[in-house]
Design a protein around this ligand. Sequence first.
Ligand SMILES: Cc1cc2nc3c(=O)[nH]c(=O)nc-3n(C[C@H](O)[C@H](O)[C@H](O)COP(=O)(O)OP(=O)(O)OC[C@H]3O[C@@H](n4cnc5c(N)ncnc54)[C@H](O)[C@@H]3O)c2cc1C
Length: 459
Amino acid sequence: MKDVDFCVIGGGFAGTTAALRLKQAGHSVTMLEARDRLGGRTFTETRPDGSWIDRGGAWVGPGQDRIQALMREYGVPAYKQYTGGEAMMLVDGKEYRYSGTIPWSMSPWVAMNLGAALLDLGHLCKTIPLDAPWTAEQAERWDRLTLEHWLNTHVVSKAAHELLEAALAGAYTSAGSEVSLLFALYQMASGGGPAFMLGVEDGAQDSRPVGGMGAVYRPMAAELGDAVLLSRPVHRIEQDVGGVTVHAVDHIVRARRAIVAVPLAIASQIHYEPMLPVDRSFLHQRMPSGAIIKTSVVYDEPFWRTAGLSGQSAAPGSPATITIDACTDTGRPGILCVITEGPVARRIGAFDTADRRHTILGELAERFGERARTPEDYIEQDWSTERYSGGGMLSHAPTGVLTQFGHALRPPCGRIHWAGTESSAVMCGWVDGAVRSGERAAHEVREYEMAGAAGPARS
Ligand SMILES: Cc1cc2nc3c(=O)[nH]c(=O)nc-3n(C[C@H](O)[C@H](O)[C@H](O)COP(=O)(O)OP(=O)(O)OC[C@H]3O[C@@H](n4cnc5c(N)ncnc54)[C@H](O)[C@@H]3O)c2cc1C
């Protein structure tokens, strides 16, 4: 049995940041990670030619100050997302090309509907207290409604409705009928509103770290050294008045406190002894993740750029729901990222690999020309089948959850503290939120230790 000050469970950005900040503050720490790699819902793979792809989280934007601080700490520069050329919308079998954020080329009616809905949502977001969205004036009402209900009652144009449902519910990789309106407003508000969430330039897709997210989490892991133990899924955490005993496969850690930094959707896979307070335990049962497949399609060059296209396209309901240029900072090779979200991701996830590839490449060929059918490499990542993620991109709240159980998102349960992007009031759901939650939890365990707070608590 290893004896340390603090034990961190989960080596995504939240856990790795928490462990790093504790080690930097002079504490002994062990971080137990279930997989044989760090990064969690980020996963950078280096290709034989030295280029890299991000199989999970990739983009950063303005206001995401804590991930950017880590990038500076490790000397990782950012590069801007390619935005040259035209983007595409494909709705009801028609293709519309446009520049900027709003696809005016569709029809003034559709564009007006889109613009007005985004403005309305932006106003609603401003009324949400980020630290406690369940206390918003309209919280009870909005938490009874789904995102789909709001779209049905506020967006008259069918095309605008489809596009918004794909864009907004897509963020939760679920159907709009599965997501509470209050949760959607809160999550968007935590990033500054829908314009940030959907935006490329100055939005959440503004830039990427050179070398991918791995260029940030790998040096963090190197600094942590032997504090990191891989392939150690934790299955049981016991707490008593003196500390916690964390049981992982082939390893037991005794510590003063534990930080659990695993996605909410799978946090109930760990057996907590004594049982967690009811509201926390029920929260674990009520925050599912959706389905998402991220495919990186590699060509010798970004041929769409020379054809005057940005690589960005959106086609609601299509197996290639969203595409975006995902080249590295050198622009070679050409990499197109294809995102398949929600119900359609579950549907094509059941195809065999060859059929799925054929389907996706067919969609790309229709949008970008026949050359898209013959890539050099094709790398797919189905997050729905990842045991230690439970889906992606983030755990969301269905109706009624935030108002009843949201208060249990952050407070520690005795000697067990909580991190993870879902627990961040700012940039909830993004890598930046994960980093913030890790820093908050590291600060919290030290404060509680200094205050001599005991556990286990059952409040
Ligand atoms: C396809 C995709 C695209 C995305 N795109 C973006 C983007 O462009 N920009 C952005 O900011 N965000 C993006 N995100 C979201 C972002 O990746 C996440 O918000 C962030 O990585 C979450 O970090 P985390 O540390 O909270 O959780 P995770 O990264 O999920 O880390 C949790 C860790 O806990 C481990 N674990 C689980 N169970 C156990 C156990 N029992 N014992 C020990 N360890 C365990 C897991 O293996 C994992 O390493 C994307 C996500 C996905 C899936």
